[in-house]
Design a protein around this ligand. Sequence first.
Ligand code: PLP
Length: 365
Amino acid sequence: MSALATKHNAINLSQGFPEFSPNPELIALVHQAMRNGFNQYSPMAGQLSLREVLADRQNTWGRAFGIDPVNHITIVPGATAGLFAVFQALVLPGDEVILFDPSYDSYAPSIILAGGIPVRLSINSDGTYPFDRLKQSLSNKTKMVVVNTPHNPLGIVFKKEDWQQLSDVLAHSKALVLSDEVYEHMVFDDATHTSVLQIPSLAQRAIVVSSFGKTFHATGWKLGYITANEELTQEIRKVYQFLAFAANTPMQVAAAEFLVAHPQYESSVSKIMQEKRDVFAGAMTGSGFKLLPCEGAYFQMADYSAISTMKDTDFAVYLTENLGVAAIPVSAFYQQPQENQYWLRFCFAKNDDTLLKSAELLCRL
Ligand SMILES: Cc1ncc(COP(=O)(O)O)c(C=O)c1O
């Protein structure tokens, strides 16, 4: 959709990346790290200074076991690479991995490359998780359940009660839990982010993948990290060593210095994104789109059934070519596109004038 947006000079609310820049101080710290000679390989698990600040942060936020920078955190070149390393390390041929659709597009191919079998369960249309169907789908082949919170594209936040239900369903299973928490610092209104690592009954079988690309508004930097207990971390590092060996050094050094200097940085991110959500939603009032609730991440789901019953893939192309606004057809996140579901995903991590201009165009439909 981004390529089509460029071709038609359309406003691009499709791919998920911010239109605004990372904090200038962070950029200056990257320059400084380069000038100070941090231009060679980092240790495989990442710069210790960064792992230390991340461990401190997580322990402050509360984790079911003490996070140790040496044995529990691995810095990787972006969450997608982190997810790939996790699947390759922990999924064996024939293993089943449960995904909740709509799901981020890298999960299923990475599982299949590892010889695993994705088992895809759709999230209920009211945004609740299909715990009954999950229970029925568990078998001795189930190696892992993947959760994404806050959720791309639905904007749902997995609550403590959801984790508890997951824990109950998994009580007699050895399945691991991979929690993709790349939008952990974007939660709105009364919602709070609950990491799987806060849940005592799940933390020792959990792997969390996080992304600085999201938290720093710097998706092009491709920097993220994986947190898991020592045993799981050792397995993941065996793959990661030969996948990339290390993530880029100056950005790690800068990220560590920036986080030390700004102990509250992460809590500012939710506020910025909530304001963006509200600017877009406010400007869409009176449009034919029905906006779905958005508790977190930076995507607004919109139901266009009152405007058209075109397939979402066709409608997204139509909007790009004829109206000049690009969005993502949500069927792309499903194995089995849902019947009678007319949903598009708009990324609202954009400047206000971009949001207002695109909403004005969308209101013309
Ligand atoms: C749910 C989810 N997981 C992982 C990623 C990948 O993050 P990164 O850019 O750090 O690879 C994204 C990016 O859009 C995402 O939406």
